[in-house]
Design a protein around this ligand. Structure first.
Ligand code: CTP
Ligand code: MG
Length: 228
């Protein structure tokens, strides 16, 4: 099977407080974004990477792609101020309707290729599939400092990326969200609102999104273990 992946990498990394885009932070001497790109470079099912960036970082990104010999990046597109706009900018460059498109955060450098492939298979059968894990904590609904409700944990999943879609499905979903000025927190939520089922594939707890400083310790130890 084959797929294309859109990698949004145009964020500011505000919660990391690094002073610039967190995707340039080195982990084991290699920037986070390069770790992420290397996974898709390695997966033979991936035929093309569409990278979405902040235009101010274009030169820096291009030089990383060159020096780490990443060959599958076919397009480097300028993103927008929200993640959804960045993904949409990348999606506009996808022509076919039947092919499988993955959307994967540049900030998740530890996703497993076997899980990626399961997603691709499921999306080609059902149109939309996302990676997730059951939540570990008890989740309560809180209002004005008071617990309103404890939600049954068995029904709750933390959703990750990649999220995989038939191209026609995700294009229609993004177009509809744009028209209605709907801003969702992930791509699947745009698909859900147009009435399409989204299948969950159980992933693993290693596929974290690097968001705050503590996440760097986890990523460092995991990537060290994998490289040895
Ligand atoms: N992203 C993007 N365009 C944006 C915002 C985010 O392409 N306007 C990308 C980020 O680069 C990241 C992914 O979407 O790879 C997930 O976003 P997040 O983890 O929130 O990263 P940032 O937005 O950079 O971080 P923060 O929210 O802390 O500023
Ligand atoms: Mg963000």
């Amino acid at each position: 099977m084959q797929y294309k992946v859109i990698i949004p990498a145009a964020g500011m990394g505000k919660r990391m407080g690094y002073g610039k885009n967190k995707l340039f932070i080195p982990i084991r001497h290699t920037p986070i974004i390069v770790h992420t790109l290397a996974i898709f470079e390695k997966d033979e099912w991936c035929k093309e990477i569409i990278l979405v960036i902040n235009e101010k970082e274009r030169e820096e990104i291009e030089s990383l792609i060159q020096s780490y010999e990443i060959t599958k990046v076919s397009k480097i597109i300028n993103g927008g101020s929200e993640r959804q706009q960045s993904v949409y900018a990348g999606l506009k460059t996808v022509n076919g309707d039947e092919e499988i498109v993955l959307i994967h955060d540049g900030a998740r450098p530890m996703v497993n290729i076997a899980h990626i492939r399961k997603l691709v298979q499921e999306a080609s059968l059902k149109g939309a599939a996302v990676l997730g894990v059951p939540v570990k904590d008890t989740i309560k609904k809180v209002k004005d400092g008071i617990v309103m409700e404890t939600i049954d944990r068995a029904t709750l999943w933390s959703i990750q990326t990649p999220q995989a879609f038939r191209a026609s499905v995700i294009k229609t979903a993004h177009e509809s969200a744009e028209k209605d000025r709907f801003l969702g927190t992930d791509d699947a939520s745009l698909v859900e609102r147009i009435g399409q089922n989204v299948i969950i594939i159980e992933g693993d707890y290693e596929n974290i999104k690097i968001t705050t400083k503590e996440d760097l310790f986890f990523a460092e130890s995991l990537l060290s273990k994998r490289k040895t």
